[in-house]
Design a protein around this ligand. Structure first.
Ligand code: IPM
Ligand code: MN
Length: 376
């Protein structure tokens, strides 16, 4: 959503480890697009990360932080999580899920698009075959954080996690997907696959099936199809060319998009936008790779990360491309199409470098900046 102000007001949350490195790279690269912008961008950094949680003694962002972030047009997030400081799970729930839900970012848009000139792990597939989008439901499903543990510590211990799927939730997600499918023009008749597990999850499936049936009637210009999640995972590998836009439940989408990330060139270039389509709150754009602690700490025999074991060589070759592409997706969202395109093309140019793997983050950022300066 474009604001009335004469600048874009962007909140930046670098996070931890890799998140900080890729966010630094993004902020550097954003200088290169300044003359392609309709309005300048003002970045304000928020250090909501492991250290912040420890200092404040909190386990999730509270009113104070949410009210602050709500003032911004959009949020860019690097990656959170530092297992040496805080055990995994807390920051994920306390920052990422908290923001997705509090700001009603009900679509998690994850393009699975293999760039031209980049190899996929699928040896017989090219950029023509791998080109679809997953609209992951991002506010409910198995991710609502509802459940309980019964008889804890006894032989009868039982963990219960609820999957909540609402008619309104599935409907608004699919309405968003319809817009995407129409804009993509990948097939003559835009396609939307509903991906669920209606044969087993018979309660949660009811709204999915209802929306599918209703929308088939209501939108004859769209081809609606259905696939079970297990079959979908297989089809993504065997025949990805059949997909256009996919809508699916939160956790199914989480799992499927990691596979998607690998198909489109690797997790190092996979993008996601947590979108509030009405702009009632900021949307949030983040690479999907996480903070990658494995690059930052050696692992002991029993699998623990060892504090203070930074491996500089591994850190220098952190890849910023997913962050660049997420930022570019954000630019598109705020109507800065030209700058978005320049940033995207610069990133794809990096990915096409045959020696890409060994390049440092500094080199890749400079290379992308140069590319943008010469891009019209
Ligand atoms: C993702 C991540 C998150 C998720 C975690 C960090 C909460 O895996 O964005 O895919 O499960 O959604
Ligand atoms: Mn994930």
């Amino acid at each position: 959503m474009e604001s009335e102000k004469d600048y874009h007001n962007i909140a930046v949350i670098p996070g931890d480890l890799n998140g900080i490195t890729v966010t630094d790279a993004v902020l550097k690269l954003s200088e290169a697009i300044s003359d392609k912008l309709k309005k300048p961008i003002k970045h304000t950094t928020f250090n909501y990360n492991a250290d912040y949680f420890l200092e404040q003694g909190i386990t999730e962002l509270g009113e104070k932080e949410l009210n602050e972030l709500a003032k911004y047009d959009q949020i860019f997030l690097g990656a959170i999580g530092d297992p040496v400081k805080i055990k995994p799970g807390i920051l994920e729930l306390g920052i990422i899920l908290k923001l997705r839900q509090s700001f009603d970012q009900y679509v998690n848009l994850r393009p699975i698009v293999l760039p031209e000139g980049v190899k996929s792990v699928l040896s017989d597939k090219t950029s023509k075959d791998i080109n679809f989008e997953i609209c992951r439901e991002n506010s409910e499903g198995l991710y609502v954080g509802k459940g309980k543990v019964l008889n804890e510590g006894t032989e009868d211990e039982t963990g219960i996690q609820e999957m909540i799927c609402t008619y309104k939730g599935v409907k608004r997600l699919t309405e968003f997907a319809i817009e995407r499918a129409r804009e993509r023009k990948r097939f003559e008749k835009p396609k939307i696959h509903f991906v669920f597990k209606t044969n087993v999850l018979t309660y949660a499936a009811v709204p999915w099936t209802r929306v599918l049936n209703e929308f088939r009637e209501k939108y004859p210009d769209i081809e609606f199809l259905y696939m079970h999640i297990d079959n979908f995972m297989m089809q993504m590998v065997v025949a990805p060319e059949q997909f256009d836009v996919v809508v699916t439940e939160n956790m199914f989408g989480d799992i499927a998009t990691d596979l998607g990330a690998v198909l489109q060139g690797g997790i190092g270039s996979a993008v996601s936008g947590n979108i509030n389509p009405f702009g009632t709150f900021p949307s949030m754009f983040e690479p999907i790779h996480g903070s990658v602690p494995k690059r930052w700490y050696e692992v002991s025999e029993n699998g623990d990360y060892i504090p203070g074991t930074k491996n500089l060589e591994k850190i220098n070759t952190v890849k910023p491309e997913a962050a660049f592409l997420s930022y570019s997706m954000m630019l598109e969202q705020i109507g800065e199409t030209e700058a978005a395109k320049a940033m995207k093309e610069a990133t794809l140019n990096n990915l096409r470098d045959p020696e890409y793997k060994d390049k440092t983050v500094t080199y890749l950022t400079e290379k992308a900046s140069e590319f943008i300066k010469n891009f019209n």
